[in-house]
Design a protein around this ligand. Structure first.
Ligand code: MN
Ligand code: MN
Length: 477
């Protein structure tokens, strides 16, 4: 019997659904591939320097060349050319030159590769109570109580006055020793329990245990400290004074791990923001041929402390690099063309956001929060107390992003950082918006943001990659 076809009425409602309920087998397979590559990347990239160096290896393997070579030779860049430009070994810009001229604008995906951590002070080594210890100053917004009693690794560089650089990484190989910060036993924590969670472990209480064997020299003072100096000198050729010109970072030791019986999540140090930085980088690596608009991926430093300093996005670093790009892609350089090109650019500020956490439902407004594995999260505005400090993206630009993502099968959702007046945060979006370019925040939702180990969903990671790729390829039609 024939059934009469009735036209289904249009569903007027918007439902934010779990991605696993609608993802295709092909996407699921690709998601596992991308996540595997990502886990390999952040397993090696535990600092901004390492994130930069690993990215350069991937770029060079894919045929990208150092843009400074062109700056020296003056050889122009043409559509399809692939270049990168490094600053101080920390911040990286990578480009695929588009068919349209610079003035038409770029499509930019900008993430950051610095993560909250504990830095070693400039004169750090001392001894007390039979221990050699390293004094520290934490970097970024950490909850200090989370960093005690866990295995820690030491990464960074000593730079000698003659310019020689000694790179160290201790605690990642299973045969390496690790470091740790001690905490008080519960038996004696009566006073500590009375303190607020923010005061229980003070900033000066985050000193790292570095050794406990005294040197066998009868007349030597500070025998525990001196033994560490002897070991450092034997292995790396450094002295105590070399700490003065060093950048040493304490990070959680170990590799990222899959989470859950279904392996649907990734637990790792430094998702914020290497997850978006990597997804952007991988999207750029996977571009085929010249895009319509020049594709630009930024891996920035210093975001976690306000994007300040010579390698942060509040500096003129990006603008200077854009000037060089204009110079290399046009017959004549003009500041007006530079300004027009920046103004006409579109940007996804690729940074993480908070997920709705069932352990802490009271801090979020559920229907405006990002949910685990519902897809990449687009955040129209950040800020706090009435959107203060936010780069509020326009409805028009949100509509462009909707078009690009929906057309390319990108699973996505919107998400605010918590309830109104619960707190807040910011990204590099407002710094790029200074040029008048269209910018919106777009990245991966996290549980336990800024904790030693952060938790992210595999589909969200994959959809960030897929979304950035669609955005870079888009021809604005
Ligand atoms: Mn971030
Ligand atoms: Mn952060």
């Amino acid at each position: 019997m024939k059934t009469k076809k009735t036209k289904k009425p249009q569903d007027l409602s918007y439902v934010n659904k779990n991605g696993y309920e609608k993802i295709s087998p092909a996407d699921l397979k690709r998601s596992e591939e991308i996540n595997k590559l990502y886990m390999d990347y952040i397993g090696k990239a535990k600092t901004e320097r390492e994130a930069h160096d690993e990215a350069v290896l991937l770029l060079e393997a894919a045929g990208f060349r150092d843009m400074r070579g062109h700056e020296k030779s003056g050889v122009k860049l043409v559509p399809g050319d692939k270049v990168y430009r490094s600053s101080e070994g920390k911040t990286l810009m990578a480009l695929v030159i588009g068919k349209k001229p610079f003035e038409a604008g770029m499509h930019i995906v900008g993430g950051h590769t610095d993560s909250p951590r504990i830095d070693i002070k400039q004169n750090p080594l001392y001894e007390s109570g039979g221990l050699a210890l390293l004094d520290t100053h934490y970097y970024g917004g950490i909850k200090k109580y989370q960093w005690v009693t866990i295995p820690l690794a030491l990464h960074g560089v000593f730079v000698k006055p003659d310019g020689r650089k000694i790179t160290i990484s201790i605690g990642e190989d299973p045969s390496d020793p690790v470091f740790c910060i001690t905490d008080l036993l519960p038996h004696l924590a009566a006073d500590q329990y009375k303190k607020t969670i923010g005061e229980a472990i003070p900033g000066e209480g985050l000193d790292v245990v570095a050794g406990s064997i005294p040197v066998a020299e009868k007349d030597r003072k500070e025998k525990f400290k001196y033994n560490v100096l002897k070991l450092l000198h034997a292995k790396y050729g450094v002295t105590e004074a070399d700490f003065l010109s060093a950048e040493l970072e304490i990070v959680p030791a170990g590799k990222p791990r899959e989470v859950g019986f279904d392996r649907s999540m990734v637990l790792a140090y430094g998702h914020d923001d290497r997850v978006c930085a990597y997804a952007g980088l991988k999207a750029l690596l996977d571009l085929n041929g010249a895009p319509e608009y020049t594709s630009c991926v930024l891996l920035c430093d210093k975001e976690e402390i306000g994007s300040v300093g010579a390698t942060g996005m509040a500096s003129n670093l990006f603008e200077n690099a854009a000037s060089e790009l204009l110079n290399l892609t046009s017959e004549s350089y003009s500041e007006l063309t530079l300004k027009r090109g920046l103004h006409n650019s579109w940007m996804l500020s690729a940074d993480v956001n908070a997920l709705f956490d069932p352990m802490f439902p009271s801090v979020s407004e559920k229907k405006n929060s990002a949910h685990l594995n519902h897809g990449v999260c687009v955040t129209k505005y950040t800020g706090s107390r009435g959107k203060s400090g936010s780069s509020d993206a326009s409805a028009e630009f949100m509509a462009h992003i909707r078009r690009i993502f929906d057309r390319n099968g990108v699973l996505w959702q919107t998400g605010e950082l918590g309830k109104v007046d619960q707190g807040g945060g910011g990204t590099i979006a407002y710094l790029m918006a200074r040029y008048g370019m269209q910018v919106v925040d777009c990245g991966v939702g996290l549980f336990s943001m800024h904790a030693p180990m952060e938790l992210a969903g595999k589909l969200d990671i994959y959809m960030a990659y897929k979304g950035y790729l669609a955005f870079l390829k888009d021809g604005r039609k």
